[in-house]
Design a protein around this ligand. Structure first.
Ligand code: NAD
Length: 333
C-alpha cells in the first residue's frame, strides 16, 4: 500500500514536494487544498487529481468523509500550521506539517495533544533527518568513532530578498530567521550531539530595523549547553549568505557538513576522509520514509514526530527569552 497524500498550500515548497513525490515508491499525491482555484486546476491536470480530492480552506474539514486520502501535508506560512493541523487531526487524517511546526511551544503542545486525541500521527517535515551524509555522521557518533562529543557549530542563514513576503511578517512567520532557517542549527545540534540541551544563551544583532521589523529577527547568535558537557555555538541569519555549515567534534575525531542543509548535494568529511554517501532528492526519501513510519510503524533513526517538533519550539522560545533577558535560560525537554 502507498500513503495517499493531499498537499495543503500550493506555494514554492509545496510545488517542490509534489515534484519529489512523483519519484516516491511509498507516497502518492492524490489531493490538494488551496485558496486559489486556478492553482487547483493546474495541479489537477498536471498530477491527475480528481475533482473529489480538491478542497479549499473553508471546506477541508470534509476530508473526513474521503476514504481516498490518508494524510495531509501542511505547507503553508508558519503561523497557520497550528489551526490547520488541528483541523486535519479532527478530520481523522494523519498530518505531516512543515517546519517550524508552530510559532511557539504552547501551540505546538496543543497540536501534539490534538493528534494524540484523534489517534492520528503527526510528523514534521524535517528532510535532513533522512539525508545519507547526515545519517552517516549520526552513525559514527553513536558508534563512538568521534569519542566523547565536546562541541558543535551550526551556521544557518541566507540574505532574504523581498521584504513584503510573509517570512518578513511577524503575524504569519511568528518571528524571523530563527523560525525559518535557525531551526536547522537547533535540531542539527540535537541529533549531532545526541543529547537534549539544558541551557541556552542568545544575542540578537539588527543592522536594518527598517527591513526587519519588531519581532522579526535578522541575526541571532546562540549557545546551547548539553548534559555531557558539550557546548554548541550557532548562528541564524536572514542577512548573511553562504551560511550552511555543521561542525561536530569529539575527543577522537570530527565531522563537517558543508553545505549541511541546502536542497543540492550535501558534502561532508570527517577525520577519516570525505563522505561519499549517495546524493538523493531529500523530499523523495523523506516521503518514502514518512510513508513507512505512518503505514508500517517504522522507527526513524532520528525522530520526526510532533514531540520532536515541540522540543525545537521549546528551544526557540528559550532563545527568544534569552535575547530579551540577556541571561542563561534553563531548558527541560
Ligand atoms: P510560499 O510563500 O512559497 O507558499 C505558501 C503557500 O501558502 C502559498 O501557496 C500561499 O498561497 C499559501 N497561503 C495560504 N494561506 C495563506 C495566507 N494567509 N497568507 C499567505 N499565504 C498563504 O512559502 P513556502 O516556501 O512554500 O513555505 C511554506 C512552509 O514550508 C513554511 O512553513 C516553510 O517554513 C516551509 N518550508 C520548508 C522547507 C524545507 O526544506 N523543509 C523549505 C521551504 C519552506
Amino acid at each position: 500500500p502507498v500513503l495517499r497524500v493531499a498537499i495543503m498550500g500550493l506555494g514554492g515548497y509545496g510545488t517542490r514536494v509534489a515534484e519529489a513525490m512523483q519519484s516516491s515508491k511509498m507516497a502518492k499525491l492524490v489531493g490538494v487544498i488551496s485558496g486559489t482555484p486556478s492553482k487547483i486546476k493546474d495541479w489537477q491536470s498536471k498530477y491527475k487529481i480528481p475533482e473529489k480530492n480538491c478542497y479549499n480552506y473553508e471546506n477541508f474539514d470534509q476530508i473526513k468523509n474521503n476514504a481516498d486520502i490518508d494524510a495531509v501535508y501542511v505547507i503553508t506560512p508558519n503561523a497557520l500550521h497550528h489551526d490547520q493541523v488541528i483541523r486535519v487531526a479532527k478530520a481523522g487524517k494523519h498530518v505531516i506539517c512543515e517546519k517550524p511546526m508552530a510559532i511557539n511551544a504552547k501551540e505546538g503542545q496543543e497540536m501534539v495533544d490534538a493528534c494524540k486525541k484523534a489517534n492520528v500521527k503527526l510528523l514534521v517535515g524535517y528532510r535532513m533527518h533522512f539525508e545519507p551524509h547526515t545519517l552517516e555522521i549520526v552513525r559514527m557518533r553513536k558508534a563512538g568513532e568521534l569519542g566523547k562529543i565536546t562541541f558543535f557549530q551550526g551556521l544557518s542563514g541566507f540574505k532574504i530578498g523581498d521584504p513584503s513576503q510573509w517570512r518578513m511578517n511577524k503575524q504569519l512567520a511568528g518571528g524571523g530567521s530563527m523560525m525559518d532557517i535557525g531551526i536547522y542549527a537547533i535540531n542539527g545540534s540535537r541529533y549531532m550531539v545526541g543529547e537534549e540541551p539544558i541551557w541556552v544563551t542568545a544575542q540578537e544583532t539588527k543592522t536594518d530595523p527598517q527591513k526587519f521589523k519588531e519581532g522579526v529577527d535578522e541575526t541571532i547568535t546562540f549557545q546551547l549547553g548539553f548534559p555531557g558537557g558539550a557546548v554548541a555555538s550557532c548562528l541564524s541569519s536572514y542577512n548573511i549568505n553562504n551560511l550552511d555549515r555543521f561542525f561536530l567534534t569529539g575527543d577522537n575525531g570530527f565531522a563537517e557538513l558543508f553545505p549541511a542543509t541546502g536542497y543540492g548535494p550535501i558534502k561532508g568529511r570527517t577525520h577519516k576522509g570525505e563522505l561519499n554517501q549517495p546524493i538523493v532528492t531529500h523530499q523523495t526519501v523523506q516521503m518514502d520514509e514518512m510513508a513507512a513510519i505512518i503505514l508500517q510503524g517504522k522507527q526513524p533513526i532520528v525522530p520526526v514526530d510532533g514531540e520532536e517538533g515541540l522540543k525545537d519550539l521549546k528551544i526557540i522560545d528559550a532563545i527568544y527569552a534569552a535575547v530579551k533577558s540577556g541571561k542563561k535560560e534553563n531548558l527541560k525537554l
